[in-house]
Design a protein around this ligand. Structure first.
Ligand SMILES: Cc1cc2nc3c(=O)[nH]c(=O)nc-3n(C[C@H](O)[C@H](O)[C@H](O)COP(=O)(O)O)c2cc1C
Length: 169
């Protein structure tokens, strides 16, 4: 089974979880990067990032491998911004053509300070119209690098999903 982890991360928490999932499942990894990144430090990141979400902006993305045909399972990860997913992930979900993925499955994960808010609903809306089946969702509170317990939670969650699919393949 071909697996993929796609994620965006501003301050590396989502990256940590994404890499843990990839390590556990042998998935390929794509990191989504906006052409113009917001500030990484201080209060400005909240102002700039929050504004993007509230205005419904979708940043232009740096090039990435967007032919995802052949993948059976795609994990998509985002930080929670203003109770939603990060705009870069929304842009990714809206612009990739998932039609080549027959019986393609997806699971969403999110990293947050306090709560996942509407992140998963907003991700689902971004792929509405595609045939992708969402088979898992999980959020992680501030999983800073080195938080072995959260990495293990992520690995166990991803492995359980893969095992569940393999039963039906
Ligand atoms: C612009 C911005 C908005 C945020 N909004 C929320 C929020 O609404 N709810 C929440 O729980 N955390 C919020 N956070 C915190 C992040 O979701 C959290 O720190 C996350 O782990 C960051 O992931 P990253 O390191 O991969 O970028 C926000 C962070 C930023 C930068």
């Amino acid at each position: 089974m071909k697996k993929l982890v796609v994620y965006y991360s501003l301050s590396e928490s989502t990256r940590y979880i994404a890499n843990s999932i990839a390590e556990a499942t042998g998935a390929d990894v794509i990191r989504i990067r906006p052409k113009n990144e917001i500030k990484r430090e201080g209060i400005m990141k909240y102002i700039q990032g929050g504004r993007q979400v509230l205005r419904g902006e979708e940043p232009e993305l740096e090039d990435f491998e967007n032919d995802l045909s052949g993948y059976d399972m795609i994990f998509v990860g985002t930080p929670v911004w203003a109770s939603s997913c990060a705009p870069a992930i929304k842009a990714f979900l809206r612009h990739v053509d998932f039609r080549g993925l027959e019986e393609g499955k997806m699971a969403f994960f999110a990293c947050c300070g306090m709560s996942k808010g509407n992140a998963f609903e907003d991700m689902k809306n971004a792929i509405s119209g595609s045939e992708m089946e969402i088979i898992g969702e999980k959020s992680f509170k501030e999983p800073v690098k080195g938080d072995v317990k959260k990495a293990k939670d992520a690995m166990d969650w991803a492995i359980e999903i893969i095992n569940r699919i393999e039963v039906y393949m």
